[in-house]
Design a protein around this ligand. Structure first.
Ligand code: CO8
Length: 349
């Protein structure tokens, strides 16, 4: 019973501090860059807004005269163009962090170790963990998108880095410690997976709350071919999602599955063309961001509880959290707004 006040207190505490990183609006022509107060997040001075997108109106006109399918593509075009014209001034070594969306309320963390297909070395996982903690405290951020490159979300833990490890080093060095931050983050995290999500990469995606897959994405747990087994949830989260038979097949053979199959199995909730994946994931984050951040966090915790407990315990937890929403201003505002036929104005309280 004391868990609910604890959850609420922790949410309130997390909302005290703010983080500012570079800002990136997929849909506007302005890219703003901010420096947080201290390194290592950003070492350069704030950059004034710069125009980065070509005018899209003419492009849209051409598309407008074509069939409906092309019309839809034209509507998506500005977001796609914006993706490749973004800029970032932060000084991470293995990741990039940006803020996207019309309301600048969706954080985008991009794994950025292309030569090693985003293999998850210790340095990368430490940076990812730090970025997640910072965005977790930033009250302007409603959701976080975690993505990689078109070729690889992440090809697994860094095999070359792990190679010399001994059993005692794994135990004494608390190997995997930085991997848990993703699952601990209170805000919704959307994995936008293009290309390979293998081993620890697949596990990392599964630690997120929602997986959107590019149409060429490939998921797999190939550790068996390396003489080891999944170590960050591959035998556990995957089994809960796709069932024993499929999880067993994937873990025992190392065979990959494609995006469509991942969607069919419930591993991914949506498949989109690879070049529209990030924009779609940001759009999803924005949609979540239209709701009360406070209630979103409670809802996420309740859904996650389904994985951690029995049905009866989970139902009891859900009921208590549902009751707890009646102590919030946002629950009152949401229902009042409905009754008054107007949009709700949530204050996250
Ligand atoms: N670790 C280190 N380096 C990697 C990794 C990796 N997981 N994956 C790819 N690379 C490197 C390659 O060594 C290569 O580097 P270089 O150019 O210096 O030789 C570069 O990335 C490009 O890779 P390829 O040339 O192999 O690219 P291909 O397009 O031919 O193949 C594949 C792509 C199929 C993805 C292939 O690279 C591959 O099979 N990679 C390994 C996949 C794998 O086995 N992943 C599981 C790793 S074990 C794991 O994740 C355990 C997790 C346990 C919990 C977490 C513990 C920390």
């Amino acid at each position: 019973m004391i868990i609910i006040p604890l959850v609420a207190a922790s949410i309130l505490k997390n909302r005290q501090d703010t983080l500012i990183t570079s800002s990136w609006d997929f849909r506007s022509t302005n890219v703003r860059s901010h420096c947080p107060p201290k390194p290592p997040y950003c070492s350069s001075a704030p950059t004034p807004g710069v125009t980065v997108l070509p005018k899209m109106a003419n492009v849209a006109k051409i598309f407008a005269s074509r069939a409906q399918g092309l019309l839809q593509a034209a509507a998506r075009q500005p977001q796609v163009a914006a993706r490749f014209s973004s800029s970032s001034t932060n000084t991470w070594e293995y990741i990039k962090t940006e803020v996207a969306g019309e309301g600048k309320n969706v954080a985008v963390i991009t794994l950025n170790r292309p030569k090693a297909l985003n293999a998850l070395c210790n340095g990368l996982m430490k940076e990812l963990s730090t970025a997640l903690q910072q965005f977790g405290k930033d009250k302007s951020i409603a959701a976080i998108v975690l993505t990689g490159s078109e070729k690889a979300f992440a090809a697994g833990a860094d095999i070359k880095e792990m190679l010399p490890n001994t059993y005692s080093q794994c135990i004494q060095g608390n190997f995997l410690n930085d991997w848990t931050e993703v699952a601990r983050t209170q805000k919704p995290i959307i994995a936008a997976v293009n290309g390979y999500a293998l081993g620890g990469g697949c596990e990392l995606a599964m630690m997120c709350d929602i997986i959107y897959a590019g149409d060429k994405a490939k998921f797999g747990q190939p550790e068996i071919a390396l003489g080891t087994i999944p170590g960050a949830g591959g035998t556990q989260r995957l089994t809960r999602v796709v069932g024993k038979s499929k999880a067993m097949e994937m873990c025992l053979t190392g065979n990959m599955i494609g995006a469509q199959e991942a969607e069919k199995l419930g591993l991914a909730s949506k498949v989109v063309p690879a070049d529209q994946l990030l924009a779609e994931a940001v759009k999803l984050g924005e949609k979540i961001g239209t709701h009360s951040n406070l209630i979103v966090q409670l809802c996420k915790e309740s859904v996650n509880t389904a994985y951690e407990t029995t049905l009866q315990e989970g139902l009891k937890f859900e009921r208590r959290v549902f009751h707890a929403t009646f102590s919030t201003a946002d629950r009152k505002e949401g229902m009042t707004a409905f009754a008054e036929k107007r949009p709700a104005k949530f204050t996250n309280e």
